[in-house]
Write a protein that binds this ligand. Structure first.
Ligand code: HEC
Ligand code: HEC
Length: 150
C-alpha cells in the first residue's frame, strides 16, 4: 500500500514526496476519521482543496484561502492550503458560520453551514451527501475521467 502510494507520487509532478503523518498527510481523505483527539489531535475543521471537483487526491493545490465568517459576515478564521492542498485548525467556530474558498477574484461559498467540520467527509470522490465532489477552486472541469478514492 505504502509502496503504491509512493510510486503514484513519483509520477505526479506536483507531488513532492511520500509523507507519513503531519501537515501534508492523506490529502482528500476524511481527516476526522482519525483527528478526534488522542494520538491524532482533534481538528475543528480540516480538508483538502483541489483545482476541480473530480481531481485525483494527490493533486491538491496550495495557496487557496479557506475563509470562515460568523452569521453577521465578520471573518473569524482564515486558513491557507499547504503544498498538499490541506488545511486544518483547532479553532472553535461560531454557530451558523459560513465558509468560502478564495483565490484572487475567485470566491466559492458553501450555500449553508456545514453540519460538521470534516469537509472531506462529504467533499470526496465519489461525493457524499449531495456535495459536488472534492473541494475545488478552479473554473474548468477536470480533464481526466474521475479516479476513485482508494
Ligand atoms: C488514518 C488516520 C489519519 C488520517 C485520515 C489523517 N491523519 Fe493526520 N495524523 C494522524 C496521526 C496518528 C497523527 C499523529 C502522528 C504522531 O504523533 O506521530 C497525525 C498528525 C497530523 C498532523 C501533525 C499534528 C501535530 O500537532 O503534530 C497534522 C498537521 C495532520 N495530521 C493533518 C492531517 C490532515 C490535514 C488530514 C486530512 C487531510 C489528516 N491529518 C488525516 C492520523 C491521521
Ligand atoms: C455534510 C456534508 C458537507 C460537509 C461536511 C461540507 N460540505 Fe461543502 N457542500 C456540501 C453540499 C451538499 C454542497 C452543494 C450545495 C449546493 O450546491 O446547493 C457544498 C458546497 C460547497 C462549496 C461550493 C462549491 C461550488 O460548487 O461552488 C464550498 C466552497 C464548500 N462546500 C466548502 C466546504 C468546506 C470548506 C467544508 C468544511 C468546513 C465543507 N464544505 C463541508 C456538503 C458538505
Amino acid at each position: 500500500m505504502r509502496a503504491q502510494t509512493c510510486l503514484t507520487l513519483l509520477l505526479v509532478p506536483s507531488a513532492l514526496a511520500c509523507y507519513d503523518t503531519g501537515p501534508l498527510m492523506r490529502p482528500g481523505e476524511n481527516c476526522m476519521g482519525c483527528h478526534t483527539g488522542g494520538r491524532a489531535p482533534r481538528w475543528e475543521v480540516a480538508g483538502t482543496v483541489f483545482e476541480c471537483a473530480q481531481a485525483d487526491r494527490h493533486e491538491g493545490v496550495a495557496g487557496v484561502d479557506v475563509v470562515f465568517r460568523d452569521a453577521n459576515g465578520t471573518e473569524v478564521l482564515r486558513l491557507t492550503t499547504n503544498e498538499a492542498g490541506n488545511f486544518y485548525s483547532k479553532t472553535d467556530l461560531p454557530e451558523g458560520y459560513r465558509v468560502s474558498l478564495v483565490r484572487g477574484e475567485t470566491v466559492r461559498e458553501m450555500p449553508f453551514t456545514p453540519t460538521k467540520g470534516a469537509c472531506n467527509s462529504c467533499h470526496t470522490m465519489p461525493p457524499e451527501n449531495g456535495a459536488p465532489g472534492r473541494l475545488y477552486i478552479g473554473t474548468i472541469p477536470c480533464s481526466a475521467p474521475a479516479p476513485s478514492d482508494s
